[in-house]
Design a protein. Structure first.
Length: 188
């Protein structure tokens, strides 16, 4: 009987030791996986390296072209409102994006006399989900020349498009909210 009890105790001690040893190994590997932040010099070197590629050269040419300057000027016009996430008045000019765009669902709007792409992201279909409600359903009710209030967190640009791209976070028509982006879960 004593031999069995000693055997069980020794087995328990060995198993406990293995669990703690395994935990220590997992902690060490998780610490190794955390990347070191990139320094400003490394960022600058990577940017210079990218600018030397054919894509970087093409981007620089577009940036200096009249079309690129127009896009940057239009983006600068609304940058304060975007940074403050304040209301911008816009008019819907088109219910579709330019041909060949891959921004998901979006509209063309005019804000302060300039045209912008108002992009909302990929549209999910509800074919597989019962009682699915499309988050862009009310946006589909917009018509050309509708006046809307827009809030956004970012404005971007790409050489492929002749207009700045405004991320749609909030859209209001006739004092009624027709779209509000859901907050990201676990994000910033």
């Amino acid at each position: 009987m004593r031999k069995i009890i000693y055997g069980l105790i020794v087995t328990l001690i060995v198993a406990t030791g293995l669990v703690f040893a395994n935990r220590a190994i997992n902690n060490e590997t998780s610490k190794k996986l955390i990347p070191k932040p990139i320094s400003a010099d490394e960022k600058k070197a990577a940017m210079e390296q990218w600018e030397a590629t054919p894509e970087g050269i093409m981007y620089k040419k577009w940036e200096l072209s009249p079309a690129g300057k127009k896009v940057f000027a239009a983006a600068a016009k609304i940058s304060k409102a975007v940074n403050d996430s304040s209301n911008m008045e816009g008019v819907v000019t088109s219910l579709s994006l330019p041909p060949g765009s891959r921004l998901g669902f979006g509209l063309m709007v005019r804000i302060n006399g300039d045209d912008y792409i108002l992009a909302f992201g990929p549209e999910k279909s509800g074919k597989d989900i019962p009682n699915f409600k499309n988050e862009f359903e009310q946006l589909h009710s917009l018509k050309v020349n509708d006046k809307i209030i827009i809030r956004s967190h970012s404005v971007s640009h790409a050489p492929k498009y002749s207009y700045p791209i405004v991320a749609g976070d909030y859209v209001e028509r006739d004092s009624k909210i027709i779209y509000k982006r859901a907050p990201r879960i676990g994000g910033c």
